[in-house]
Design a protein. Sequence first.
Length: 311
Amino acid sequence: MKAGLVLVAAALVVAGVAASASGHPRDSRAAFRLQPARAFVPLRAGAGSQTYTDRVGDAVNGAPDISSIGVANDDQGNITVTVTLANHSSDFQPNEGILVVMDTDGNGATGNGGFDYVYAGVKDHTGLFAWNGSSFAAASAPTLQSSTAAGQISFRINRSDLGNTTGLNFYVETTRDNGASIGDDAPDGNGVFTYRLILPTAPPPPPTTTTPPPAAPRFVVSPVGLPHAGKRFVVRARVLLGAQSVAPSALGCAAKVGSSPVRTTAVNGPAPYRSCVVGVPVRSKGKSVTVTLLVQYKSSAPTRRLTYRIR
């Protein structure tokens, strides 16, 4: 191994354990080729975050000693994992690294003993590996970015590179001898940490709007006062469309006093009316005047007939 070059070997511990997300694979080893890390801006406080602690002072062989693991995600599904080490006031050494073993689908029947992905970080070289049915192999992870600093190693990855996961069951291990042995793990024993992503809920679909059918027209006719002999008498017509009043498209009118026709004139207005002006004869007091209106609006043209006694 040549530390610091483009490709670095690391050892990942993978064993055949029961198909459960509660056991650590620890017995056999497989070597992986790691890519140079890409630095990233640390994730700001996001949608979800949680910190997990581990007992300090339990690392062996001088391996990195895990004190805490912080996991957070933002609304876009970017997951950041930060491992803090109690015994590292300086940067990682070339033979040191961490493994983050992840169950990303919550299914103990998938992956290796339920674990689907492994993140491996050795100093400034990192990689993501996925279980392919027989071993962990390098996985395509275009969103993976890593950063190391004194006492910390972090990586960020979008959940789309982890099978669109909504939660992680995971544990962390460290090594100081290129993976020949595991110096510390968190949590201790065979447990796992559990993290659930907090993601924005999809907005509700827009309400289905149904355009109501147009209101059926209602035809309204009304007199202006009462007819008087020798005076003009006006009857108006309008059309109601729901709460709206509109003028008829056209208005026809006729009138009789007794059985004799009298002069009428259809005029526009005042808005929203059309009007029928009736000339009431001078010597007609006490007789009745009948006004007939043909009120047209679009395809409707009802007839209205009104009778009044002349004053």
